[in-house]
Structures are given as C-alpha cells and as structure tokens.
Design a protein around this ligand. Structure first.
Ligand code: ZN
Ligand code: ZN
Length: 207
C-alpha cells in the first residue's frame, strides 16, 4: 500500500504546513509582540515591506526542524513515510516563501494572485489582526479571522512598486478597483471636506 501511504503522507505534510503558516504568523508573529526572534523579524517586515528575513536564517530553521521531526516520524511510520511527510511540509513551505515574496514584488496575473495580494495587503496595511493565512484562507475561516475587503487602502510611502502608474504615481488602471493609495493628510483633508459639506447642507437647509 506504499502507493497510497506515501502520497497521503506528502499531502498531509503540505496540510500541516498550511496550519503552521497560520499559527506562526498569528500567534507567534503578531501575538508575540516582538518578544521572540520570529516575531521581531515579522514586525520588521510590517514596518518595511521590502524587508524579508535573510534566507540563511530560514534554511537554518528548516534544517533544525527537519532533523528534529524526521527521526520520530521514520520510527513511527517507516523512513519513506517520514521522508514523504517532511518533503510535503518543506515543498509547501518553499511555495509559501516564493508566493509571499512575489505578492510584494510582482503584480497579480490571475484570480488567485489577485485574491492573495488583496488578502495579504489588507493584513499589512489595515487589519494586522486579520487574514493571517498567506497561501490560503482555510485557517482564517476556522479561527474567524477572515475579512474580504472591497478596496485595500495602501499608504503611499509603503506602496508596492507594481501597484503604481510610473507616470501619475497613482494606482495603475488594472488595480484601481482593488486598491487606493492614501497620502499623508488625505484623512485630515477628507474630514475637513466632510465637515464643509455638512455646514453647506445645514446652510442650504436653513435658507
Ligand atoms: Zn508580507
Ligand atoms: Zn503579519
């Protein structure tokens, strides 16, 4: 039955990563509030979206985890089972790393890429306590932390380079339905405009 258990172990490993991705990001990264090394690295990425933890640190952690979990897994289910499970876990972890980087550096090319970017940038720029999954919304649904924004507000200073039209400096036409760039003072200006409109309405109602 190896033809069944080995692929099942691989898929199980990938599923396990999907949960780890959510758990690390939410409970260790954000709720850790900078009190553990992963949280400090993650909050640095939030402060500067161009910052990503150096690859050598990620390779080091992945190697330690592999060395720790492979022997007990091989002991419990045999070496091929253990290797398949760890391979599934590592493959989807690498997939996550590539996707996360591309979300920041490249524009979306299809419905999944469009969803992944809106989901992640809403987390980055509006609600850091929501949307902790990066590759999928599964665990955000399970733990009630999913929100699907209509439009994502992006601070001009932190805007991804692919988002902006180089000519106008505003959101490029293909992404205008999904994003709006907010500049410093915009909030104050719109508050003042609202106030002015209200006063004008009151004046016109009283005459
Ligand atoms: Zn990010
Ligand atoms: Zn985060």
């Amino acid at each position: 039955m190896w033809w069944l258990t080995i692929p099942a172990a691989f898929v199980g490993g990938a599923f396990l990563w999907s949960f780890t991705e959510y758990a690390m990001h939410n409970w260790r990264g954000h709720k850790g509030k900078g009190k553990n090394p992963f949280s400090r690295e993650h909050l640095a990425h939030h402060a500067d979206s161009d910052y990503f933890t150096p690859t050598y640190k990620k390779v080091r952690t992945a190697s330690v985890v592999t060395l720790l979990v492979l022997p007990p897994l091989a002991w419990a289910g045999g070496l091929p089972f253990g290797v398949a499970l760890v391979a599934g876990f590592l493959a989807s972890y690498i997939g996550y790393e590539v996707l996360h980087r591309r979300i920041h550096t490249h524009p979306p090319t299809g419905p999944y890429g469009r969803w992944a970017r809106k989901h992640h940038f809403y987390h980055h720029f509006s609600r850091p306590n929501l949307n902790h999954g990066v590759t999928s919304p599964i665990w955000d649904v399970v733990f009630g932390t999913l929100e699907r924004p209509e439009v994502v507000r992006v601070p001009a200073k932190k805007a991804m380079s692919w988002l902006l039209d180089p000519e106008t400096g505003d959101v490029a036409a293909p992404y205008a339905a999904d994003y709006v760039v907010v500049r410093r003072g915009d909030k104050r200006r719109s508050r003042e405009a609202r106030k002015a409109r209200k006063v004008a309405q009151e004046v016109s109602a009283s005459v």
